[in-house]
Design a protein around this ligand. Structure first.
Ligand code: HEM
Length: 391
């Protein structure tokens, strides 16, 4: 087992300069040839304009697989039972009891380790790199959106919602207007669930969100397991996710309900550097940046540097850039430069990609953990090694 190294936060992990945990089994050395082609595609097409220079290289040394013992258990479908076992040195270790059919008798105990989660990471990353036929060349954005929408239903007052439960699998929540199109991401990840049946959907979706960010050259995002799948009765009510047609008050209401402050709301919104809107899903259309599969701070730069006017079309009100008329902003995006407090953070992130990456990592850790009943500690988080760095 890899030596356990505690990391309290991305920032601390980032400062780490010496490898401390990687074993040969956690290093990914061979990347599929299509992945190389995909990577080249990303790099060539990534910064046609508004380039902020190469994405800050994450030091290879900081990308070691870091992890202390996981904590929290799993309730996974009908085939798996649940238990945790206290271990003085490492804290509670998750165990999955493999059961036989309806008899339910245990035929063994499986305790996923940090290496097992890295294998899940690698399998998702491989799938992302192999399926470069999708849209702009990657399922990464829609996978990240799945992770965010499964987490962003959290309500800090009632403690309901969040990525624990993965209730978007069920019709009531999967059918919410805001989740239109996310079946694409759920179906994309299903083969991974079949390959690693011990992982809960909630853990899989959020871990896949981490993979998407890291493989699209974003910052490392520490992550820990502990989400337990729940049944349909735990579906959240409609209306918890943001409505893109609204303004700053709505943003503060929705993200305030999750427990985020103004700076965090602006950092979260930087995810719109990635992906695009689809008229068949949300009604809106087009990408925010010229590099929708590479994580950069271009979203903020474009917000400030471009002139944004209403798009004239037969669809919902959205903005388009005056220069090329090929990019878009939602009313909620433009609200970030209309509101003076939000604007100060947009300016900070537009100027400093490293600052954006650090804050984005921190806020994604927080988002993915909302409402999860962890038995582990924040310092038990894992930092996964990215395949994009192993070319
Ligand atoms: C005010 C807050 C937000 C609003 C109103 C909003 C709204 C939207 C809308 C309307 C789309 C287009 C969906 C489609 O047509 O396929 C979208 C896409 C996306 N959103 Fe957001 N979003 C918000 C915040 C976030 C946050 C916090 C994240 C992640 C941290 C995020 C990540 C994404 C990604 C990656 C896509 C692209 C999906 C794809 O390419 O299929 N968004 N968002």
């Amino acid at each position: 087992m890899a030596t356990a190294v505690a990391t309290r936060s991305f920032s601390r992990a980032f400062q780490r300069s010496t490898a401390s945990a990687a074993t040969s089994s956690t290093r990914f050395t061979v990347r599929p040839s299509r992945a190389n082609a995909a990577k080249q595609f990303f790099q060539q097409s990534s910064r046609r304009q508004y380039s902020s220079g190469p994405a800050p290289a994450r030091s290879k040394n900081t990308l070691v697989l870091v992890g202390a013992a996981a904590a929290a258990g799993f309730v996974v479908g009908g085939l798996y039972g649940y238990s945790t076992q206290e271990n003085q040195a490492q804290g509670p270790i998750p165990e999955v009891h493999l059961k036989q059919g309806s008899g339910g008798q245990s035929v063994g105990v499986f305790k996923p380790t940090v290496e097992d989660y890295q294998k899940v990471y690698d399998a998702v990353a491989k799938l992302l790199w192999e399926h470069d036929e999708y849209e702009d060349g990657s399922y990464g954005p829609v996978v990240l959106r799945l992770a965010w929408h499964s987490s962003g239903t959290y309500d800090k007052v009632s403690g309901t919602g969040g990525s624990n439960g993965a209730t978007m699998r069920f019709k009531p929540e999967g059918g919410h207007g805001a989740n239109a199109g996310l079946n694409v991401a759920r179906e994309f990840l299903q083969p991974i669930k079949e390959q690693f049946p011990w992982i809960s959907y909630g853990d899989l979706w959020t871990l896949a969100g981490v993979v998407a960010i890291q493989e699209m050259q974003g910052p490392t995002v520490p992550w820990r397991p502990g989400r337990q799948d729940q049944d349909e009765s735990m579906c959240t009510p409609d209306g918890r996710l943001p409505d893109a047609a609204q303004g700053q008050d709505h943003i503060r209401n929705i993200f305030g309900r999750m427990g985020f402050d103004d700076q965090e709301m602006v950092a979260l919104s930087g995810a719109h550097a990635l992906g695009r809107c689809h008229s068949t899903r949300s009604g809106f259309e087009g990408p925010w940046t010229f590099s929708p599969t590479v994580m950069t701070n271009d979203y903020y730069r474009l917000l400030l540097e471009e002139k944004w006017g209403w798009k004239s079309w037969n669809g919902p009100k959205q903005y388009e850039d005056a220069s090329t008329k090929s990019l878009m902003m939602l009313p909620t995006d433009v609200a970030l430069i209309k509101d003076p407090i939000f604007l100060t953070h947009v300016e900070r992130y537009a100027k400093d990609n490293d600052l954006f990456f650090k804050d984005f990592s921190d806020v994604m850790v927080k988002l993915f953990e909302l409402g999860v009943p962890f038995k582990s500690q924040p310092e038990d988080r894992y930092v996964f090694k990215a395949q994009v760095d192993s070319a």
